[in-house]
Design a binder for this molecule. Structure first.
Ligand SMILES: *Cc1c(COP(=O)(O)O)cnc(C)c1O
Length: 495
């Protein structure tokens, strides 16, 4: 049965999957959501025998119903190939009773690769299906990982260009180096003076500017988004929860139908929303444990029903979670409001006007499966150190936020349900913070010396992605103010 997409704010309905992917954001500023969540109507025993790519097809074909089998399988084959350093694509590692779902084996060693390796192919296929003749311009704001992963996905894909904005002082040195050395004639990187929210707001404003879109169309371009608001990024993320569950069944770690909890280090709310969608599809997920760093807007939201972004923005050692506006939360709001665009719109208007909103009792009632907590900088570091000392397994700062929160949850609740924890970045991506947590004596070493140390103490190989940037030349050096973003985009496109 066909699944159609509609805006969370009610302005668009009956949009096919390929159109929704092509548009990115709905015209009314809302996010595209499926008109229903399809059932995972395939036996777990069957899924347990499948490769990652095969599971990906089963999940995505249920959401992207206007893609042919051949189109979808082609996109999947191009995405999940040797760019990943393991055939499993998303392997599980068990340490201290937690199943760490390692989502960092792709081109940029962070979890954004899981979706951004397939999005360019979904997008160019969608363009072909809809006879779109314009060149697709991807505009993205990044807190570090998205930008690089998007560029790696789009670099030299014909018919596309990509422009990435990042906060000049809001990403790690390695993240910055990864971005400014990006190859590909169609890639552009711009640093802005401001934080991630400034960059994201700037991108949203450009998207919502109808006059700008008109100018663009006249010059043969059209915008699309690679941010996690694109439904073409969200759905591929549902896959790894299904795959992880099936792997646990296959390996006899859990019984088919047994509940598992899921813990996710959260920023923009895309990853955990994908787990929520997996649960709605029928996957046996119990609690959804939402872990924040000191920017704990979501923790307060789950506890009180009040979302309040009016607070100090804190720079932490988990920069990809330094976010005060979690865009994908809008999709959850829409769902818990009983798919009411009016209620969703009211919340979003409040947020825009005053930076805060409160959901009603009926909506709060729907949040029972979520648990939110946060870890401060000291707790995050302690978690890295103690896990390393006890097991030899080294995790990155984002994953450590989640592990710390999970340990608190388990202590507080006594809930011993098996847990899958989304491990969102390789420790090599945040080596300085990771080694500092283990022993501050390492602080004096240079970035690349530190990576050699990490390789020794964790007994793992330095990933290809890191080896590559050691010698790569800087190709991008533009810096601007947030309010100059529209001008910069025009300049880059030559309009
Ligand atoms: C993007 C990112 C997150 C947050 O994921 P969301 O889907 O935005 O909630 C967590 N950890 C890392 C390493 C990331 O890159």
């Amino acid at each position: 049965m066909e699944i159609l997409y509609k805006s969370t704010r009610g302005g668009e309905n009956g949009v096919t999957a390929s159109q929704a992917i092509l548009k990115g954001l709905a015209q009314d500023g809302g996010l595209f959501v499926p008109d229903r969540i399809p059932a995972l109507d395939i036996p777990m025993e069957t899924l347990a025998q499948m490769s990652y790519q095969e599971v990906a097809y089963e999940v995505m074909s249920r959401f992207f119903t206007d893609f042919t089998e051949e189109e979808l399988k082609d996109c999947i084959a191009r995405a999940y190939d040797e760019k990943f350093d393991t055939e499993e694509i998303a392997p599980l590692t068990k340490a201290e009773g937690i199943y760490f779902l390692e989502l960092f084996h792709g081109a940029t060693i962070a979890f954004k690769d899981m979706a951004l390796s397939i999005l360019p192919h979904l997008l160019t296929t969608a363009a072909r299906k809809n006879n779109a003749k314009n060149e697709i311009v991807i505009l993205t704001a990044t807190s570090g990982d998205t930008g690089k992963a998007a560029m790696a996905g789009f670099a030299d894909v014909p018919g596309t260009r990509i422009i990435v904005f990042y906060p000049k002082d809001g990403v790690s040195p390695v993240q910055e180096k990864q971005m400014v050395t990006q190859k590909g004639e169609n890639t552009h990187v711009v640093a802005i003076h401001g934080n991630f929210d400034d960059a994201q707001t700037g991108v949203k404003n450009i998207f919502n500017d109808k006059a700008f879109a008109g100018e663009l169309a006249a010059s043969g371009f059209q915008f699309s988004s690679a941010n996690s608001i694109n439904i073409g990024r969200l759905i591929p993320q549902v896959v790894y929860y299904v795959y992880a569950y099936a792997s646990l069944v296959k390996n006899g770690e859990i019984k088919d139908g047994e509940k598992v909890n899921v813990t996710v280090p959260t920023g923009n709310f895309g990853n955990i929303l994908a787990a929520f969608y997996a649960k709605q599809m029928g996957l046996s997920i119990g609690k959804l444990i939402c872990a924040s760093n000191e920017n704990k807007v979501l923790v307060d939201f789950f506890r009180t029903g009040v979302y309040d972004r009016n607070r100090e923005f804190i720079l932490t050692s988990s920069p990809s979670m330094d976010i005060l506006i979690s865009s994908n939360l809008e999709r959850l709001l829409y769902w818990i409001a009983g798919q009411s665009p009016e209620k969703t719109r009211a919340c979003m208007e409040q947020l825009q006007k005053s930076g805060t909103y409160e959901i009603d009792e009926a909506m709060k009632e729907q949040l029972k499966d979520f648990y939110g907590d946060y870890a401060d900088e000291a707790e995050t570091a302690e978690t890295i150190a103690s896990l390393y000392q006890d097991t030899g397994y080294v995790i990155d700062t984002h994953t450590a936020v989640a592990a710390s929160v999970y340990n608190k949850y388990r202590k507080e609740s006594g809930d011993t349900t098996p847990v899958i924890l989304a491990s969102t970045a390789s420790p090599y991506k945040f080596t300085r913070s990771v080694l500092h947590a283990i022993d501050s004596a390492y602080d004096s070493l240079g970035d690349f010396e530190q990576m050699d140390v990490l390789s020794q103490i964790s007994n793992t190989e330095i990933p290809r992605a890191i080896e590559e940037i050691r010698t790569a030349p800087v190709r991008h050096q533009t810096v601007c103010e947030a309010d100059e973003m529209p001008e910069i985009v025009k300049k880059i496109l030559g309009i």
